[in-house]
Design a protein around this ligand. Structure first.
Ligand code: CP
Ligand code: NVA
Length: 312
């Protein structure tokens, strides 16, 4: 049996497919209970520190509401409020937090920071997005795909655009672990780093996943079940926006591209927030194939699931 008590969720790289399956199963149950209006009080007396170096709507709300409605006390800490990084090292902040709270969520720039928090705090740490990974988003996305198609294995997901950002990377990890067919369609200059691709190819060998890279949108989307995209310039890359608009225009998800899958049942996904008219057209994100609001809702169910799995 799977036991994740005390574990952190840092990248999904060190989680087994069985653990990911376990989290998705809890998330499914949590969602059904939420739909039925069934409430529990599973986090009574517990506290969760939420550290944000970057803005957030979904991630913050998912953690705060999921934890609070079960009786837990979430504590939001922007880096304007705490000593982290300014007057105190990450290691020391981690050790103090570990003495006071039951778990820590961190969103920020460096993956290294979330790793140090986990190493020095001794409590479960959840990565709420770094430059490299966005694992809790991927769990919500996997739940959304499974709701739509009833399975993950063999599902073809094509990621269009900035193939080197946290979402492209993290979806690659999730897809590789869960036996999906994952294609990154981007300019060659925007593919994931080689070390990460090599790791994912190893996971793929075990799960039967297929990982591919191409710069040809028409070829990429043939037979796709899911077309996924994300902003062309991520938080912290605002200076690259103009250059990216030029470079990534051919990778925009529009109705013409959606048709090229050859499947009417293809769905469109985006972690949000989106820039409508850039990486995706208004028609597609607002259209019948879009599942973006289900993805957003599933953030809360999957985040509640990781806290149930690691705290109880
Ligand atoms: N998808 C996502 O992480 O959204 P927020 O930036 O609003 O948290
Ligand atoms: N790639 C985006 C994801 C936002 C949820 C960013 O890092 O800004």
């Amino acid at each position: 049996a799977v036991n994740m008590k005390g574990k952190s969720i840092l990248s999904l790289m060190d989680n087994t497919p069985e653990e990911i399956r376990y989290l998705l199963d809890i998330a499914k149950q949590v969602k059904a209970e939420s739909r039925a209006g069934i409430r529990h009080q599973r986090f009574v007396g517990k506290t969760l520190a939420l550290i944000f170096e970057k803005r957030s709507t979904r991630t913050r709300l998912a953690f705060e509401t999921a934890f609070a409605e079960e009786g837990g006390h979430p504590i939001f800490l922007s880096i304007q409020d705490i000593q982290l990084g300014a007057k105190e090292s990450v290691e020391d902040t981690a050790r103090v937090l570990g003495r006071m709270v039951d778990a820590i969520e961190f969103r920020g720039f460096k993956q290294e920071t979330v790793e140090i928090l986990a190493k020095y705090s001794g409590v479960p740490v959840y990565n709420g997005l770094t430059d490299l990974f966005h694992p809790t988003q991927v769990l919500a996305d996997l739940q959304t795909v499974e709701e739509e198609f009833g399975r993950l294995k063999g599902i073809k997901m094509v990621f269009m655009g900035d193939g080197r950002n946290n979402m492209a990377n993290s979806l690659m990890v999730g897809a590789a672990k869960m036996g999906m067919h994952y294609v990154i369609c981007s300019p060659e200059s925007l593919r994931p780093e080689k070390w990460l691709v090599d790791e994912c190819l190893k996971f793929a060998q075990e799960s039967g996943a297929k990982i591919e890279f191409t710069d040809n949108p028409e070829e990429a989307v043939k037979g796709a079940d899911v077309i996924y995209t994300d902003v062309w310039a991520s938080m912290g890359e605002e200076d690259k926006a103009a250059e990216r608009r030029k470079l990534l225009q051919p990778y925009q998800v529009n109705e013409e591209l959606m048709k090229k899958t050859g499947k009417p049942e293809t769905i469109f996904m985006h972690c949000l927030p989106a820039v409508k008219g850039e990486e995706v057209t208004f028609e597609v994100i607002e259209g019948k194939q879009s599942r973006v609001w289900d993805e957003a809702e599933n953030r809360k169910h999957t985040i509640k699931a990781i806290m149930i799995a690691t705290l109880l």
